[in-house]
Ligand binder design. Structure first.
Ligand code: HSE
Length: 440
């Protein structure tokens, strides 16, 4: 063992919220085994939080404690700074200041990387330091390392992911406990999955942040939140869950990341997937990702995508990875984004995608209604695969559910716009895309 490897690698933690507390717990539970695996000491030296008095259920007394992150950045013994305060500011400034002081950084901050990643990655490179971000996508599931290292001999062709546990929990409860979206959301909040303001989770933004990071790693070009077509689940009705079931599907908030030739599809939206697929079997707050590589074929990863200990597991894995490099006197052994720019790729606008669709019309129950709807679909070259109409309502509207064969999104949008103007239609039509080609 060389001299450097006998010295401790020192860590400073900024942000002792849920995940930060989990990181402290990992150090307290597993430090011995971690050090055995590393072959040198790894020390949590500092903890920083604006409120150090709050009872977190962990004893912080053996660490240097501060409310000022500069104490950590200015300590020459600190090798790795762990940023777990979240949000874009001041997290970005803290991280960049750490880089400038030649400290490596580990973060779980998906919003920062998806919205300001280009600058953050560039500043890490300029300073010759490493940035670990395994915990930014899918909590405890090691998807970042898999894309950067394990599958590095592959061209990644597609990733299909359930990467928002809150939305998956809500959709699961709606189906399994016959609940409305609103009741399932309330339950998710009671269980601590959904925040008091659940917008980021239910409107798909959290999943879109993660999808942008995954596409960046998969396709060799930097993608950001604005590149991701995003729809949430708040408009999904219990009736849609039931109709989907009748048709042999389950509704999931799916992140779809695909490349064909040089064109990338990057989208997050509710999706009907075959009930027989493994992704359809992902229940509750679990996450899963199905990755297709041109060499390996399909790989599926499954696990807890959020929560204190699963996310802390990912944070500490990054700390240990970087500590190994420090001990060997190297850094950035694996390029930050797994590649220097691989190739020029372009983003396919959502209007140009081809998909199968589930449509739920709210229409008057009288003769000629179906032919009016199908006439407009035919005009836009949309071919119907199946139709369900159930129940009769006197003087009222009934749901008519159709599935279509593959059609161009732009044509589908025009057709729906026209159908929704018909006087036989009582409410905006619900459109959900169908993804049938899942191996898992
Ligand atoms: N709010 C996220 C989820 C976890 O529900 O999956 C943090 O990324």
């Amino acid at each position: 063992m060389c001299e450097r490897t006998k010295k401790a690698v020192n860590v400073g933690l900024i942000g002792v919220g849920t995940i930060g507390t989990g990181v402290v717990k990992v150090f307290q539970q597993n430090q011995k085994v971690m050090e055995k695996k590393l072959g040198f000491p790894l020390k949590l030296k500092w903890v920083c939080d604006l409120d150090l008095e709050r009872d977190r259920g962990v004893d912080l007394s053996s660490y240097n404690r501060t409310t000022d992150y500069l104490h950590i950045l200015e300590d020459p013994e600190v090798d790795i700074v762990v940023e777990l305060i979240g949000g874009i500011h001041p997290a970005k400034e803290i991280i960049i200041e750490a880089f400038e002081k030649k400290k490596h950084v580990v973060t779980a901050n998906k919003a920062l990387l998806a919205e300001e990643g280009e600058e953050v990655f560039k500043r890490a490179e300029e300073n010759g330091v490493d940035l670990g971000f395994e915990a930014s996508v899918a909590g405890g599931i090691p998807i970042i390392k898999v894309l950067k290292e394990s599958l590095c001999s592959n061209n990644i062709l597609s990733i299909h992911g359930i990467i928002n546990g809150t939305a998956n929990y809500i959709l699961t409860k709606m189906e399994e406990e016959d609940m409305s979206f609103e009741d399932a959301l309330k339950k998710a909040q009671e269980r601590g999955y959904a925040e008091a303001d659940p917008t980021l989770d239910i409107e798909g933004v959290d999943a879109a942040h993660k999808a942008a990071i995954l596409a960046t790693l998969a396709f060799g070009s930097i993608f950001s939140l604005k590149d991701v077509y995003t729809e949430g689940i708040s408009h999904i009705k219990y009736a849609d869950v039931l109709f989907a079931k009748e048709l042999g599907y389950r509704i999931k908030l799916l992140s779809i990341i695909k490349k064909k030739r040089q064109e990338v599809e990057l989208r997050v939206h509710p999706t009907l997937i075959p009930v027989t697929s493994s992704l359809a079997g992902v229940r509750g707050a679990y996450n899963a990702l199905s990755i297709l590589g041109d060499v390996v074929g399909h790989v599926m990863l499954y696990g807890m995508g959020a929560g204190m200990m699963p996310t802390a597991s990912a944070v500490v894995a990054d700390i240990m990875d970087i500590a190994r490099d420090i001990a060997k006197g190297t850094s950035n052994r694996v390029p930050l984004l797994a590649h220097k720019k691989l190739e020029e790729v372009s983003l396919k606008p959502i209007s140009e995608i081809q998909s199968k669709y589930y449509l739920r019309f709210s229409a008057l129950d009288k003769p000629g209604v179906l032919s009016k709807i199908s006439g407009i679909l035919a005009k836009y070259e949309i071919s119907i695969e199946s139709v369900i109409q159930k129940g009769r309502k006197e003087n009222g509207y009934v749901p008519i559910v159709m599935t279509t064969h593959e059609a161009l999104e732009a044509s589908m949008k025009k057709a729906i716009e026209e159908i929704d103007c018909l006087d036989i239609i009582g409410a905006p039509t619900t459109l959900i895309r169908i993804e049938n080609n899942l191996i898992f």
